[in-house]
Every structure is written in C-alpha cells, then in structure tokens.
Design a protein around this ligand. Structure first.
Ligand code: HEM
Length: 250
C-alpha cells in the first residue's frame, strides 16, 4: 500500500525537523535561555508569516486540496497581535520589520498561493503541527523565563479551542486524517512534501538570523557551551511516542 500523505510528511521532513531543533536558537531556548529581543523579533516574523498564510488559506477555502486543511480554530494571527502588543506596546506596527529570512518566507507563501495553491498545505502543516507539538514545551519555557502573568505573552502557543493535551492529541489525529483524505495524486503529494521541507528550511533561516542577537546577549563562551551538542530529533520516533520531558506539554 502507498504511504499516506501524513506519514510521507512526517518521514519526509524528519531530517529537516532535527535540523530545526538543533539550531543554536532552539538549543538555547530548550535550556531556558530566552532573550527578549530575539524572541520578540521571532514573534514579529511569525506574525507576518501567519497573517499571510491565514489570508491565503481563507482565499482558497473552496479549493479541493486547501479547503479541507483550513481549520480557522487554529488561526494564530489574532493571538500574535496580542503578543506583539505585550512585547512592543500599542505602537507595535511602527516597530516591527521582517528579517531578511522572514521576508523570503512571506514572499514564498504568496508565490505558492498564486502559482500552486495546494502547496499552502505544506506551510500550514509545518507551522500548525509544530505549534501544537513541540511548541507547547516552548510555551512553558517562555512562561518561566519571562515570569509571565497568566494569559499574556504566549498567544502563539495558546490554542483556546484545543486547550488540553488530550484535545491537542485528538486534533492532530484529525489533522492527519484530513491530510490522508485529500484528493491529491502522487505527484501533488511529492510537491507537498518538498514544499514542507522548504518551509522547515525557511524556519531554520529565520532562527539562524536571530542567533547573533542571542550570542550578543549571553556572550561567546556561554553560547558555545550551550550550542555545541546536537540532540536526536523529536520526529524520528513514531507519532505521539515522545520523550519524558515533552510528554506533559505535547
Ligand atoms: C526545540 C524545538 C522543537 C521541539 C522540542 C519539537 C518537538 C516536537 C515533537 C515532540 C513532536 C512530535 C509530536 C508527535 O509525535 O505527535 C513534533 C512534531 C512536529 N514538529 Fe516539532 N519541535 C521543535 C521545533 C519545530 C520547528 C521549528 C518546527 C517547524 C517550524 C516543527 C514542526 C513540527 C511538525 C510539523 C511536527 C509534526 C510531525 C508529524 O507528526 O507529522 N517543530 N515536534
């Protein structure tokens, strides 16, 4: 039997996922080193990415491949605006600007929306499944690093309509089933997997561009110490079969 799209995506992006987890930015993050400036720049860039993606998903809500993968309950734009108000203040719009890698990412979403809209599925999968999975661990790290008041500063990873570990697990199952029910032929599935890899790389590039800010904030010595070791990737295992420290959040 041919592998399903959900398993082709998971298997086909394993290495890209491992690389994303092993960026210096993420390694610092997982050690609880979250610097305010690079973090809010990340939020700003993800706002630009998500607002573009969600407008395009909505534009193609009737498309046979994009439509079934549009889940408005996952939309992040409104939550990211709250985060930007929190980290930058009311005049956040005057303060944020895309990083070079962020601009490339946003342009690519616009480009595929116009030329091959089925590939919006790759961009939705890469971000939403990530935010519903490892993103939940990152949320707890941000909360404790910044000693945040409840319900502020973690909008990116607050899924009000998918609020518990069980609900997120069930939702991810539903999402995988929706992927596997798409009317996509083999060639389209391959293009979706290839574009998901490109989306991972674009996330890698955004985080890489933020590394200098982290290094500056914590100093060369600590930066080298924290980032020298690679860890095995979280999606190298079967879905849901997660390491102990991630179980509570995932
Ligand atoms: C330190 C950073 C990260 C950690 C600790 C992490 C952790 C995880 C874990 C534990 C899972 C597995 C959930 C399951 O088995 O159902 C997962 C899945 C996933 N992550 Fe990450 N992740 C990280 C970064 C990222 C990044 C940067 C992206 C992309 C922007 C991403 C995208 C995904 C996707 C798409 C999946 C779903 C895989 C699938 O089952 O098809 N992750 N992540």
């Amino acid at each position: 039997m041919n592998p399903t799209l959900s398993s082709r995506l998971r298997d086909g992006t394993k290495q890209a996922h491992t690389a994303a987890e092993n960026t210096a930015f993420m390694k610092c993050f997982l050690k609880g080193i979250v610097e305010r400036e690079p973090f809010r720049k990340l939020i700003a860039n993800l706002y630009l990415v998500y607002s573009t993606l969600e407008a395009e998903l909505q534009r193609y809500a009737d498309h046979p491949i994009v439509g079934p993968m549009y889940f408005p309950e996952l939309n992040r734009t409104a939550n990211l605006i709250k985060d930007l108000e929190f980290y930058y203040g009311d005049n956040w719009q005057e303060q944020i600007a895309p990083l070079e890698a962020g601009a490339v990412y946003v342009n690519r979403i616009r480009e595929v929306a116009n030329s091959d809209p089925a590939l919006l599925v790759s961009h939705a999968y890469t971000r939403y499944m990530g935010d519903l999975s490892g993103g939940q661990s990152l949320k707890n790290i941000v909360r404790s690093a910044f000693n945040l008041p409840p319900d502020q500063g973690t909008g990116l990873h607050d899924f009000e309509q998918v609020p518990t570990v069980e609900a997120r697990r069930a939702f991810k199952e539903k999402y995988r089933l929706a992927l596997d029910s798409l009317p996509a032929d083999d060639d389209t599935m391959q293009r979706i997997v290839d574009e998901a890899n490109a989306a991972f790389k674009m996330n890698w590039n955004v985080m890489h561009e933020l590394e200098d800010d982290v290094r500056l904030a914590i100093g060369d010595h600590t930066f080298e110490l924290v980032t020298k070791q690679d860890k095995p990737g979280s999606t190298e295992r079967a879905p849901g079969n997660t390491s102990v420290e991630l179980v509570a959040a995932e």
